[in-house]
Write a protein that binds this ligand. Structure first.
Ligand code: ADP
Length: 238
């Protein structure tokens, strides 16, 4: 059997609810999904449709109320906090809407911090080269634009050579042109590192970059589409 065809993420019957009785909010309702190695998946859907909840469960940051999720052969649901911490540290790079860089460390030091606890990191300068920021190594976050700061956050996520790159609204705070540069950095990490990539957005134009688009609505996957051709970020119009 060709193991490369096995899903890297596999979730079955995922439910997530908050509260009880009449005030129960259902974030996920019986959701099944398989994501294969190296895929570039865009999760699309209106606010409140369950995108972040799904991403956080796949990333070991949250647990479902019922159902289960696996990373390769490793059960995420029911794992100890220590196991999940190790899973995140070894396998997952996260990019969030807000960059969360450490203000009193330089660009290179922000990336070095993650590299220093990773098993097989690339050099921080290599990660920063991949996002087009080789010329900013000694700058502090406050000296960079929002788009540049987000590219540092992408470098920080990829320096450990993660198996999965999980991005929650990475361009949500950026204008179109800087957003495209951030997406280009994410696409490059997917193509060159082979990191299985999941990007949340509510901007349907970004879906053109993916090879697979999962549309969420009301805590369910309402459409699962494949793109015959992935667009480059500079080809996107929004
Ligand atoms: P999306 O990422 O698509 O905007 P989320 O996964 O963040 O959606 O949220 C799905 C639903 O779950 C929303 O209705 C949201 O209000 C609700 N929700 C998420 N987190 C919590 C929480 N901690 N407490 C209560 N409700 C929550």
């Amino acid at each position: 059997m060709d193991r490369s065809e096995d899903p890297v993420f596999s979730a079955r019957g995922l439910c997530k609810s908050y509260g009880a009785g009449e005030v129960t909010v259902y974030a996920l309702r019986d959701l099944d999904v398989d994501i294969r190695n190296g895929e570039f998946v865009v999760l699309l859907g209106p606010s409140g449709s369950g995108k972040s909840t799904l991403l956080n469960i796949l990333g070991g940051l949250d647990a479902p109320t019922s159902g289960h999720a696996k990373w390769r052969d490793h059960e995420l649901t029911g794992s100890s906090e220590a196991d999940l911490t190790r899973y995140r540290r070894e396998h997952v790079g996260f990019v969030f809407q807000f960059y969360n860089l450490i203000p009193n460390l330089t660009v290179e030091e922000n990336v070095e911090l993650v590299a220093s606890i990773a098993e097989h990191p690339m050099k921080p300068t290599e990660a920063l080269e991949m996002v087009g920021l080789s010329h900013r190594l000694r700058h502090f976050p406050s000296q960079l634009s929002g788009g540049e700061q987000q590219r540092v956050a992408v470098a920080r996520a990829i320096v450990k050579r993660p198996d999965a790159l999980l991005c929650d609204e990475p361009t949500g705070a950026l204008d179109v042109e800087t957003g495209k540069m951030v997406l280009a950095a994410i696409a490059r990490a997917n193509a060159e590192l082979g990191a299985t990539t999941v990007v949340i957005t509510h901007n349907s134009a970004i879906a053109g970059m993916a090879n697979r688009v999962l549309r969420l609505g009301g805590g369910r996957i309402v459409a699962d589409e494949r793109n015959p051709r992935q667009q480059r970020p500079e080809e996107l119009s929004w």
